[in-house]
Design a protein around this ligand. Structure first.
Ligand SMILES: [Zn+2]
Length: 147
């Protein structure tokens, strides 16, 4: 499980009051540049959490787009896409800002997974391997080569 996957899982279950703490954690997880860190911190300081999440999203996915929504329960909804994507992925969280942060973390986790996979010597990018008894197994990408 990558740091981005953990971040996404934490955001999915977070409360609205967790926004400042999770934005700070996301900045660290993404290894954001100083200019992004300052911008996000300024928005957080002003209580503009959705703006802070947008700033982080733009830095993490410069070619991406986003859209906010709201679900019936009043929780936040955000969809993100990259240029060329056929459709946007919607994510739900306690607030719109957290939903966008969750979507961005999910995208980063997927990008990391696909990069790790393409460099994997065991499955050579397929994502699965043949086991000794002839079955198929999801590849852990280098962690457990001989099962
Ligand atoms: Zn692999």
């Amino acid at each position: 499980v990558s740091l981005f996957e953990t971040l996404e899982a934490v955001i999915a279950c977070a409360a609205p009051t967790d926004e400042p703490q999770l934005l700070a954690r996301a900045l660290a997880t993404f290894g954001a540049q100083e200019a992004t860190q300052r911008l996000v911190a300024a928005f957080v300081g002003a209580g503009a959490f959705a703006q802070a999440a947008i700033a982080l999203h733009r830095a993490a996915m410069p070619n991406g787009g986003y859209q906010f929504g709201e679900v019936r329960s009043g929780r936040g909804l955000a969809s993100i896409w990259r240029r060329g994507d056929a459709h946007a992925l919607p994510f739900e969280a306690a607030t719109p800002g957290l939903a966008l942060l969750r979507a961005t973390a999910h995208q980063a986790a997927r990008a990391l997974e696909s990069e790790t996979r393409s460099r994997c010597a065991h499955c050579r990018g397929r994502g699965w391997v043949i086991t000794r008894d002839g079955g198929k197994r999801i590849c852990a990408h280098g962690e457990t080569p001989c099962v």
